[in-house]
Write a protein that binds this ligand. Structure first.
Ligand code: 4NP
Length: 157
């Protein structure tokens, strides 16, 4: 399984999602490739937000070596599943992908946990430490659900 986590900036939410799923997949003995990207280009090359780094570290996950990149249409072919944090991310992934868009690969990450409810992971960009902890907890539950839902499928490199 190759999984891509996508948000707007690739600086707050999707770096956390990448770190959490990578750590959990490894602990579950799954040979998954996990990456993240942003639909925007504001922070290309930067490290995750300080509060994302700190929140991850408090939970035993090191995302300090991640570097922000922008989503590109080729990602649609490179990944088996693409999880977005909110509906704006979904629309932007669709727009950027153009003719490469593959609807069945893309979904809201919280739909893995709450199917059919169209719940979104709130953007903590203007928030405080508490907001980053809230996002971490949501993403941790979503990643547990992803592992549970997919770990019995045939494994791919
Ligand atoms: P993210 O949060 O999409 O969770 O990385 C944001 C980061 C930066 C901006 C917006 C959202 N920004 O406008 O720069």
């Amino acid at each position: 399984m190759r999984i891509l986590m996508v948000c707007l900036g690739n600086i707050c939410r999707s770096p956390l999602a990448e770190g959490i799923l990578q750590t959990k997949a490894k602990a579950a003995g799954l040979n998954w490739i996990v990456d993240s990207a942003g639909t925007g280009n504001y922070h290309i090359g930067e490290k995750p937000h300080r509060l994302s780094q700190e929140t991850a570290l408090l939970n035993g996950i090191d995302i300090r070596s991640q570097q922000c990149r922008q989503f590109v249409k080729q990602d649609m072919g490179r990944f088996d599943r693409i999880y977005v944090m909110d509906k704006d991310n979904y629309d932007e992934v669709k727009r950027i992908s153009g003719a490469d868009w593959d609807k069945k690969k893309v979904s809201l990450v919280l739909s893995e946990l709450y199917p059919g409810e169209e719940r979104e992971v709130p953007d903590p960009w203007y928030g405080t430490e508490k907001d980053f902890h809230f996002v971490f907890d949501l993403l941790e539950k979503a990643c547990d659900a992803i592992i549970k839902n997919y770990q019995t499928l045939p494994r791919q490199a």
